[in-house]
Design a protein around this ligand. Sequence first.
Ligand SMILES: Cc1cc2nc3c(=O)[nH]c(=O)nc-3n(C[C@H](O)[C@H](O)[C@H](O)COP(=O)(O)O)c2cc1C
Length: 313
Amino acid sequence: MKLVLAPLAGFTDAPFRRLCTEGGADLTYTEMVSAAGLAHGSVPTRRLMEIMPGEGPVACQIFGAKESDVAFAAREVPHYFTELNLNAGCPVTKVTREGAGAKLVGDPDKVYRLLKAMVENTPLPVTLKTRLGPHPGRTNAFELLDAAEKAGAKGIIFHARYTSQMHGGEVYLDLLSEIVSRATIPVTGNGSVLDAESAAAMAKTGVAAVMIGRAALLNPYVFSAIKAAGDVVRIPGPSLCAKHLSLLVEYRELMEARFPEDRVLSLDAFTSVKMHTHLFRYFSGLPGAAKIRARLGQVRSYAEINDIIHSYV
Ligand SMILES: Cc1cc2nc3c(=O)[nH]c(=O)nc-3n(C[C@H](O)[C@H](O)[C@H](O)COP(=O)(O)O)c2cc1C
């Protein structure tokens, strides 16, 4: 079973993608990259497209609402990516208010035009990531599939929920099976896959690949664990945290060298922010986790983080 890491804004940067590749992911996705941001020459937006040594195959995801922007982005996206993906599913206001992300779930014609503009401007295979429809009363999945196929997309990813559900509630696997049976391009299934059992249920729909998001934030080795059919493959939290931390240091140095004109956060600030927002999760469920997570939530320096991790080990 092919297992892929979902795009997660704020999380799927190069160090985390590399960790997930080591953890068994067959393909990873960047965070969503603003096509308008690229068109306006934003350096922070461009930095989202950096990769680091040791990564496996990476797909680049963009979001946008204008054909001219996504066409520009398609020309700019480096060819070290294995795929160029359009986000038509993100319900965050910042994205939908510009007519992008989940706003497109209700407009398959526009999805067709955006995908076509991308296909015409890159040699990379173009794919779509979307949802079943705006709400359970309005299923657009087949129109969206049709739009993707007609535009020349080489694959489609369904988060098998409706926009109105955000990230919770039922995952509609029966509908996903029906989509797979009608599709002429590979379909990837996504939505609350946490372990071997939920991955097997998703795979039963006939999807070509299974995409995993939030479960990887707790355990980047969830991919190997699923492939090992449930045998727990889990690196202890503190070791995982130390490993992720060293990748962050390597990545930050790389960014400083590649973007000398752009301000890169100091080592203390960069690692502390990542600890507060992401790495603290690796301690979930361990003895004394609440206390250590509270301490890690307060750290302000790289040295302090290392002290805490090593004292725990
Ligand atoms: C914090 C967070 C950030 C996300 N960022 C993106 C994104 O940048 N692009 C996208 O297509 N979906 C994004 N998603 C949706 C996920 O890719 C995925 O579709 C969703 O989390 C369901 O999969 P899961 O149940 O395995 O987490 C995000 C979800 C979360 C929770």
